[in-house]
Design a protein around this ligand. Sequence first.
Ligand code: GUN
Ligand code: ZN
Length: 373
Amino acid sequence: MKHAVTYELLKKDSRTKARRGRVHTPHGTIETPVFMPVGTAATVKAMRPEQVKEMGAQIILSNTYHLYLRPGHEIVREAGGLHKFMNWDRAILTDSGGFQVFSLGALRKITEEGVQFRSHIDGSKHMLSPEKSMEIQNALGSDIMMAFDECAPYPSDRDYVKNSLERTTRWLKRCKEYHKDTERQSLFGIMQGGMYKDLRYESAMQVVDLDLPGYAIGGLSVGEPKELMLDILDDCVDYLPEEKARYLMGVGSPDYLFEGVERGVDMFDCVLPTRIARHGMAMTSYGRVNIKNAKYERDFEALDPECDCYTCRNYSKAYLRHLYKCDEMLSAMLLSNHNLHFLVNMMGNIRKAIEEDRFLEYKNEFYTKYGRF
Ligand code: GUN
Ligand code: ZN
């Protein structure tokens, strides 16, 4: 049986676990390692799809939870699927809703069947289960669907994490059982196991045993110290097969992208670039810029002299600061455009560096200029 999504390994770095590859999907080929901009509610906030494409984004992420509540997955199905609905013809990955409902705190209740929760919008009662999540993601028509999982909070005790990861495996089997059209959409499994290496191993063995087209590492970057996160991640990757795509969920600051690539991760997503843009923050070659700062009042230079995005080619820091101060919509639009361009471009540089076997040199060069993270 042919899978909708397949991974092709092109080259391995000689000194680290970094790798250059391709993920083939029904909506095009994705060069990896890749950063996926987040379009939670069927839009990358403040961006038109043409701009997201123009900067070179090859795949975006959207959310089961949000689209189920609004506008409802049946409406997206009637519209002809998510690609058509939002006018995005490249690949789409949808998260399962697991992570989002678990973030609701007091508003949710976990059982073996699934998760009961109240909508953050109007308080109405709903149930998400592995089957329901698959039904919704089938209706959305994303290229890559994520398994319905539980991401244990940090810190959690061992017993809690063990029960949770074992239930996540049972849920994954139900997802796989429910999802029939594997030639149109591919299901990725998610490894959990918190900060316990033996539980990470147990989770990986169970998930990999199901022979899925790709695997994600979940439950990281949930508030644990950076050193701990990188130590766990380093092991997690070793438990995954070389011939399948590896996706580190919810990670997207420049330093974590480098550290993830170095450890053998192929795919990343994060709301960070677009979220901080709406708060007047930019990522540049020389570190973070807070455009609110008074020192930019008369700074008529580009945000990042080394960036060739639309924002940096046409506007000054003084103008961007002015827009932010006046609460103008164009502020979020221009800063989101720059931040996404910055990360997408950085990943392109990383791919090229791996091809030329100078990944570590490029990492050093980047870190030296960027400064503290
Ligand atoms: N996004 C960030 N972390 C996670 C995770 O552990 N599970 C899911 N489904 N999404 C995530
Ligand atoms: Zn720029």
